[in-house]
Design a protein around this ligand. Structure first.
Ligand code: NAG
Ligand code: NAG
Ligand code: NAG
Ligand code: NAG
Ligand code: NAG
Ligand code: NAG
Ligand code: NAG
Ligand code: NAG
Length: 405
C-alpha cells in the first residue's frame, strides 16, 4: 500500500486556525474500566469527578453493577460493553442475557442513563469466546438478538443493542477512503448481518478508531497528520471525491462511512468507542518515542477541538455521533512485560495491548488530569507549549527531508 504525501515546499508554517464554534453534534466522552484495585478511586468518586469535568458520556468496559449504580444520579449517559466471554451463553440461552440485565440494568435504569449496550468488543479476533462454540459468525448475532429480546421482555424500550469492531481488524485498506470496504470474509459472514440488525433497530455502528495504531503500521505517515496538526504540507487528496484530508482520524472515519455506504447502510450512525494516544509505553528493551505525553496531549486537544468545530468529516457533515477517549486511567501493569509476544504486538502497533504495554490514561489515580483538556464550553486549537512546537517542527522537518530524498 502506498501512502505518499504531497509536499509543496520546505518552509514550515504552522497554520493554527482557531476554528469557529458552530453547532457541534459529536458527544465527547471517556472510556472507563472499573477496577477493584485499591490504588484507584471508587466508581462514586469517578462519577462525581467526571461530572465536575463536564464529561457528558462514559463508555464502561466490563461494567460491574456497582459501577453502573455510581452513575445513577449523575446525568452522564452510559454505553456499556459486555465482555466477549458472555457472548456464547447469551447466544445459547436467552435467560442468561435476561439475567445479565437483571443484575446490571434493571435496578438502575432509567436513573442511570444507559443508552446503548455493546455485545462484546472486537469479537472478530477474540480468543475469549467459549472454545466449544467459538465461531463469532454463529454466536454474535444470536447474542445481540437475545439481548434485544430480553430488553423487550423487561419492558425496556430505549436501550439500543450493538457490537464493537476495531478499525485495523476489519478495514481492508486505508486509502483512498472513498473506495474502502470491510475485509472479506468478515464482511459477508459477520458485518453485513450485523448492519442489517442495526438498521432495523435504529442502532449505531461502533468502532475503535485509533490513528496511533495506523501510524505505527504505516511509518510513511507524517506524525503531524496523525496528531491533528494542520500545516500546508501534510494532506492527502482522494482523487475519486476530490476531497482533501488533513488528518488521519477523518480519513479513517470516512473509510468507515464509505464502507457502510458500499454495504447499502449509509444512514447508520457511527460511534467511535475508543480513540486516544498513549502518553508512555513500558515495553522492556524497546523505546517508543511517539508514545509521549506531548503527543498524547496534542492528539487529544486536536481531537476535542476538531469534534467541537462541528465540521464533521468530508464524507459525513454531521461527523460521528459520539467519540470516547481511551481511557480514564492507565491500566495497571499485570502482564509480563518481558514476553516476546507483547513486544511483538507493540512493534506491530496493534492495540490488542492487554495491560501495561502502553499508558493511555488521561487521569492520574489521584484524579488530577495528566493533560490540560477542556470538555466544557469552547475549546480553541491552541495551548500547545512552545517547546512542543519546536519538537514537532523538528519531527516533521525531518520527515519532509526524508520524503524529498
Ligand atoms: C442532562 O444531560 C442532557 C444532555 O446530555 C442535558 O440536555 C440535560 O439538560 C441535563 N440535565 C441536567 C439536569 O443537567
Ligand atoms: C437456560 O438457562 C437457565 C438458567 O439460567 C436454565 O435453567 C435452562 O435450563 C437453560 N436452558 C437451556 C435450553 O439451556
Ligand atoms: C428487538 O426486540 C423487539 C422487541 O422488543 C423485536 O420486535 C425485534 O424484532 C427485535 N429485533 C431483532 C433484530 O431481533
Ligand atoms: C428492530 O428490528 C426489527 C426488525 O428486524 C423491528 O421489527 C423492530 O421494531 C426493531 N426494534 C426497534 C427497537 O427499533
Ligand atoms: C433513532 O435514534 C436516534 C438517536 O438515538 C434518535 O434521535 C431517533 O429519534 C431515533 N429514531 C427512531 C425512529 O426511533
Ligand atoms: C523481566 O526480565 C527481567 C530481567 O530480564 C527480570 O528481572 C524481571 O523479573 C522480568 N519481569 C517479569 C515480570 O518476569
Ligand atoms: C508482527 O509482525 C510480524 C512480521 O511482520 C509477524 O511475524 C508477527 O506475527 C506479528 N505479531 C503480531 C502479534 O501481530
Ligand atoms: C497527582 O499525581 C500526579 C502523578 O503522580 C502528581 O504529579 C500530581 O502532583 C498529583 N496531584 C495532586 C494534587 O496530588
Amino acid at each position: 500500500m502506498t501512502f505518499s504525501f504531497n509536499i509543496l515546499a520546505l518552509t514550515f508554517l504552522s497554520l493554527l486556525t482557531t476554528t469557529a464554534i458552530t453547532s457541534s453534534t459529536t458527544t465527547i466522552g471517556v472510556t472507563y474500566k472499573p477496577s477493584s484495585s485499591p490504588n484507584l478511586p471508587t466508581p462514586e468518586h469517578v462519577a462525581s469527578t467526571l461530572q465536575s469535568l463536564h464529561i457528558p458520556a462514559v463508555h464502561l468496559l466490563h461494567p460491574t453493577p456497582a459501577s453502573i449504580r455510581a452513575f445513577a444520579y449523575s446525568n452522564i449517559s452510559l454505553l456499556l460493553t459486555i465482555p466477549n466471554s458472555f457472548i456464547s451463553s447469551f447466544a445459547a440461552n436467552r435467560s442468561s442475557s435476561t439475567d445479565w440485565l437483571y443484575n446490571h440494568v434493571l435496578p438502575f435504569y432509567p436513573r442511570a442513563r444507559i443508552s446503548l449496550i455493546s455485545v462484546g468488543n472486537d469479537v472478530v479476533s477474540s480468543s475469549e469466546l467459549d472454545p466449544t462454540n467459538s465461531d463469532p459468525s454463529t454466536v454474535l448475532l444470536p447474542a445481540m438478538r437475545n439481548l434485544n429480546l430480553s430488553l423487550g421482555d423487561l419492558g425496556i424500550k430505549n436501550i439500543r443493542v450493538s457490537t464493537t469492531f476495531s478499525f485495523i481488524k476489519v478495514m481492508e485498506q486505508l486509502f483512498p477512503p472513498s473506495t474502502a470496504g470491510f475485509l472479506e470474509p468478515i464482511d459477508k459472514v459477520i458485518i453485513k448481518p450485523v448492519l442489517q440488525f442495526l438498521d432495523d433497530n435504529n442502532s449505531s455502528f461502533l468502532i475503535d478508531v485509533v490513528p496511533y495504531d495506523v501510524y505505527k503500521l504505516h511509518s510513511e505517515i507524517p506524525i503531524g497528520f496523525a496528531l491533528f496538526q494542520e500545516n500546508p504540507f501534510n494532506f492527502r487528496d482522494d482523487g475519486n471525491t476530490a476531497v482533501r484530508y488533513r488528518n488521519l482520524f477523518d480519513m479513517m472515519v470516512d473509510g468507515v462511512v464509505a464502507s457502510l455506504a458500499n454495504s447499502g447502510h449509509q444512514n447508520i450512525r457511527i460511534i467511535v468507542t475508543r480513540t486516544g494516544w498513549p502518553s508512555s509505553s513500558s515495553i522492556s528493551g524497546y523505546v517508543e518515542a511517539e508514545a509521549s505525553q506531548l503527543f498524547a496531549e496534542m492528539y487529544l486537544k486536536g481531537l476535542i477541538a476538531h469534534m467541537k468545530s462541528g465540521m464533521g468529516t468530508p464524507l459525513r457533515k454531521d461527523g460521528v455521533a459520539e467519540v470516547y477517549i481511551y481511557e480514564l486511567f492507565d491500566e495497571e501493569d499485570d502482564n509480563n512485560p518481558n514476553s516476546s509476544s507483547s513486544v511483538m504486538s507493540a512493534r506491530n502497533g496493534s492495540r490488542s495491548d492487554k495491560t501495561g504495554e502502553h499508558q493511555w490514561g488521561i487521569l492520574y489515580p489521584n484524579m488530577t488530569m495528566k493533560f490540560d483538556l477542556d470538555f466544557s464550553g469552547s475549546e480553541k486549537a491552541s495551548g500547545i507549549k512552545f517547546a512542543g512546537w519546536v519538537g514537532l517542527f523538528l519531527w516533521i522537518f525531518g520527515e519532509i527531508v526524508f520524503w524529498l530524498l
